[in-house]
Write a protein that binds this ligand. Structure first.
Ligand code: F6P
Length: 324
């Protein structure tokens, strides 16, 4: 009987459990045996393997995090540990590895293909949505909703005290979360690394808003631009001559990554998981699953590396128009 293994690697993202569930259930639907690997590549090296049956993934579709646990495993950068990992997979009679991960995890997994000819299927997840080759990664929608929920609350204080608020959101080097959260929360200024603009423009736009009668301002900053603290300090200095209720900042941090996955994340995670198994059954390997123009497709795993995925410039411009 064909045996597949599934693991989650890198930072957790809401929807991972829904995706594991989909891989396990689709696997059994198509008569495959499914093994879960705990703690990502760490568990691959240390052989933390568990058998997964359809009932083992009951009641997890609505849970954040990953019940298989995750890790960022430094040892996987070294050939000798990757060799151990593949030996473990082969000893267990596993025919293919399903990696639910982001850019870094896909690059690591691809080395198993290149060095040992071990079949790998990648399923993209990361709250940052920065994996090249797919329009969407599992977890992004929930993270943005979490950020918008928080900004909506911060706005209450911002309005009541007529303050400028700087809200730092996650995204590593990318601005997808910031841009989406900025649009959806009606932020006055959204700072993302992909389309930078100078500080005087930000100050100017806050001052213009005041002139138009707006007594509070929300600035969303992607962590890849600067910290919320740094931006708040600069703004505080520049806005000193004006009558403001002060500048404050909030770092949303890990609350963005946790909690119940949205319906969208559950559905995408389910589609990705089932499609990944079906592609494997149809003879495809060393591929990644992707969302392209609303359709789930597959493409070579390598497509995802070396290229930088950028948010749409039109969304960035839209945000600027809406802040008038
Ligand atoms: O990639 C997801 C992410 O949450 C980024 O937005 C953030 O920069 C990073 O992970 C934090 O990583 P860690 O979990 O190692 O603190």
């Amino acid at each position: 009987m064909t045996k597949i293994a599934v693991l989650t690697s890198g930072g957790d993202a809401p929807g991972l459990n829904a995706c594991i569930r989909a891989v396990v259930r689709a696997g059994h639907y198509y008569n495959l045996q499914v093994i879960g690997i705990k703690r990502g590549f760490k568990g691959l090296i240390e052989k933390e393997f568990v058998s997964l049956k359809p009932r083992d993934v009951s009641m997890i579709i609505n849970r954040g995090g990953t019940f298989l646990l995750s890790a960022r495993e430094e040892r996987f950068h070294h050939y000798e540990y990757r060799k151990v990992a593949v030996e473990n997979l082969r000893k267990e009679g596993i025919d293919a590895l399903f990696v639910i991960g982001g850019n870094g995890s896909f690059q690591g997994a691809n080395l198993l293909v290149k060095e040992f000819d071990f079949p790998v299927i990648g399923i993209p997840k990361t709250i940052d949505n920065d994996t090249y080759g797919t329009d969407y990664t599992i977890g992004f929608d929930t993270a943005v909703n979490n950020a918008v929920d928080a900004i909506d609350k911060i706005r209450d204080t911002s309005v009541s005290h007529e303050r400028v608020f700087v809200v730092e959101v996650m995204g590593r080097k990318s601005g997808f979360i910031a841009l989406a959260a900025g649009i959806a929360s009606g932020a006055d200024v959204t700072l993302i690394p992909e389309y930078p603009f100078p500080m005087h423009v930000i100050v100017d736009s806050i001052l213009q808003a005041r002139k138009r009668g707006k007594r509070f301002s929300i600035v969303v900053v992607a962590e890849g631009v600067a910290s919320g603290k740094e931006i708040a300090e600069i703004l505080s200095e520049k806005l000193k001559p004006y009558d403001f209720g002060g500048v404050r900042y909030s770092v949303l941090g890990y609350i963005q990554r946790g909690g119940t996955p949205t319906v969208y994340d559950r559905i995408i995670a389910s589609r990705f998981g089932v499609f990944a198994v079906e592609e494997y059954i149809n003879g495809k390997k060393n591929i990644m699953v992707a969302l392209e123009n609303g359709k789930v497709v597959s493409k070579p795993l390598e497509v995802s590396f070396g290229k930088v995925k950028k948010p749409d410039l039109s969304d960035f411009e839209l945000n600027n128009i809406l802040t008038l």
